[in-house]
Design a protein around this ligand. Structure first.
Ligand code: FAD
Length: 531
């Protein structure tokens, strides 16, 4: 029988074969996965360790945009926008099953906004060059309302339509992880780095890690360790130097998810300037509408950040300012918060909105390389810069980057996104086959969501999901789409996983308890804290 290369038992059994790795990556978010992919495809022996699950951190909590950043254009940050637009174009080609060409409408409530935004967005199109997703245009009031039927009409002059990419962040993370493994990398989730190993000269020579499932400790050797841990960056830096200064500050962004009836149709709304000067998006996503985000400076970070009451109020109020059909707290299907790993400001008066969003590669005296900042859209470029840095430091032999035109696992041209399983791309037929073999797997997990039992089996067998949370939060997006429905599915999903992984009743009960607690956290009234 053919070996399943995604099986954890298989991956762990092969670990002793490698005495020394060329590259060890800590962190399995967008950044770490990108680095692992760049590294392995250049031919370096690569190991990536993720303490929980791929995209458990910020990388599953984004606004789901593959974009150049219209806001950065307004700030005159042309290089950043140009780089991101180029990466947007590459990602749309390399993962077409996951990146949708999305229309965004900027509604105009002041007479000059039509001209102002049309000119700005023409510049945005121009900067995308050959990789443009389509031309932006001005539309009149009637056409704007035709496209956005729930939009507030009082005071409306018209709108400006432009194109950007829209994606599913944690599914892209899963597919990148699969691509890494298919190219020969070793990746393990639920595997936490607990310490850095240093030689007599204080140079990094590897990591200590623990398998969270078995509590077994491991030592892995490498002269090149890359810290890609997002808001956890400083915890790793303090393993090499207990006195290390703060290099990353978390800035929280919250999203609320509503039923599609609040924004029917295919178009997204982009509000370029909210009361606090930020941008707010309302984006159709998996038959729901995702609204966000905020920008709240925090002192601390966690794997499950909590929305603050004023962030929720701000999103509800701002969204309601723009729509006729008003949302209330009771309409919120899910609420989630993510933390931007922004470079710490030099001066405490610097606001988070103004802190640089471009990425930074930092080399410590110990040889540890840290990559922070940036965004999902530019994950590939960030990885390329990181590995190029390692080459320039002579930590790796020179080899050319291979990812520019590298297809991501599942890639196939995808026009029709009616069936929710389009997201699997070429894997969709594998899931259909599971259903053909066992019709019970074709049953839905919940009447309010489209996900099938077969998707749970697929996630465990081929997508490295190990827990109810891995499946319901990041393989299918139930937790982010409808937290109460996700909570209702817990027992069923725990049983399906237990069958696949041969787990006992105790494991199942523990999973049910853990996930129920987590899902409550995504239901609005159990979530919030008053800051
Ligand atoms: C609200 C919000 C909206 C955003 N929207 C967009 C958007 O629409 N488009 C876009 O392009 N970008 C967006 N971004 C930016 C983008 O999401 C982030 O830049 C990106 O996800 C950061 O990825 P990362 O890998 O650096 O961090 P993370 O995803 O947080 O990954 C770090 C990983 O390291 C792991 N880790 C930590 N310590 C250890 C350890 N000791 N051992 C092993 N593993 C460890 C963590 O578990 C975590 O999974 C948004 C960000 C936020 C906060």
């Amino acid at each position: 029988m053919k070996q399943n290369i995604f099986s954890r038992e298989h991956i762990i059994s092969e670990l002793p074969q490698v005495k020394k790795w060329d590259v060890i990556v800590i962190g399995g978010g967008a950044t770490g996965l990108g680095v692992a992919l760049d590294s392995v495809t250049r031919g370096y022996k690569t190991l990536l360790l993720e303490q929980v699950d791929y995209a458990k951190g910020t990388s599953s909590r984004s606004t789901k945009l593959v974009h150049g950043g219209v806001r950065y254009l307004a700030q005159g940050n042309i290089d950043l926008v140009k780089e991101a637009l180029y990466e947007r174009g590459l990602l749309a080609k390399n993962a077409p099953h996951l990146v949708k060409n999305q229309n965004f409408v900027i509604p105009n409530y002041r007479w000059w906004e039509g001209i102002y935004y049309t000119i700005g967005l023409k510049a945005y199109d121009f900067l995308a060059g050959k990789l443009s997703l389509g031309k932006s245009k001005h539309i009149n009031k009637t056409k704007t309302v035709e496209r956005l039927s729930t939009l507030r009409q009082k005071g409306l002059y018209g709108g400006v339509v432009y194109r950007d990419g829209q994606f599913d962040d944690s599914r892209l993370a899963t597919n990148i992880a699969q691509t890494c493994i298919e190219n020969g990398a070793t990746l393990l989730n639920h595997f936490k780095v607990t310490d850095l190993l240093q030689d007599d000269q204080k140079q990094i020579i590897g990591v200590e890690a623990i398998d969270i499932e078995t509590n077994e400790s491991y030592t892995f050797s490498s002269d090149l360790v890359i810290n890609a841990t997002g808001v956890f960056t400083d915890e790793i830096l303090r393993m090499e130097n207990a006195e290390a200064k703060k290099s990353v500050v978390p800035s929280q962004g919250v999203h609320l998810v509503f039923d599609k009836s609040f924004l029917p149709g295919d178009d997204a709304i982009m509000i370029p300037k909210t009361d606090d000067g930020r941008v707010l998006f309302a984006v159709p996503w998996h038959d729901k509408v995702l609204v966000g985000t905020t920008d709240t400076n925090l002192d601390d970070h966690s794997l499950e950040p909590q929305a603050q009451e004023q962030e929720i109020e701000f999103i509800l109020k701002t969204f309601n300012n723009y729509i006729e059909k008003k949302v209330t707290r009771a309409d919120v299907r899910s609420i989630f918060a993510g933390l931007r790993p922004l470079a710490a400001p030099k001066d405490s008066s610097e606001k988070t909105k103004e802190i640089s969003r471009s990425h930074k590669v930092i080399v410590s005296e110990t040889g540890l390389i840290t990559i922070t900042g940036g965004k999902w859209t530019t994950y590939r470029r960030m990885a390329q810069d990181t590995i190029n840095k390692a080459i320039s430091l002579k930590k790796l032999p020179k080899k050319k980057c291979q990812t520019e035109h590298l297809e991501i696992h599942g890639a196939m041209p995808t026009e029709n996104r009616e069936n929710h399983m389009y997201i699997y791309g070429t894997d969709q037929k594998g899931i259909t086959k599971l259903v053909d073999e066992d019709l019970s797997l074709g049953e839905k997990l919940h009447p309010r969501l489209p996900f099938l039992k077969a998707e749970v089996i697929w996630a465990v067998r081929y997508e490295m999901a190990r827990t109810v949370e891995d499946v319901l939060a990041r393989r299918v997006r139930a937790l982010f789409l409808d937290a109460a429905a996700a909570r209702d599915m817990t027992a069923e999903v725990a049983s399906l996983i237990a069958g696949e992984l041969h787990r006992d009743e105790g494991w199942k009960l523990n999973q049910i308890e853990e996930f129920t607690k987590l899902a409550n956290h995504y239901c609005i009234d159990s979530n919030t804290v008053i800051a």
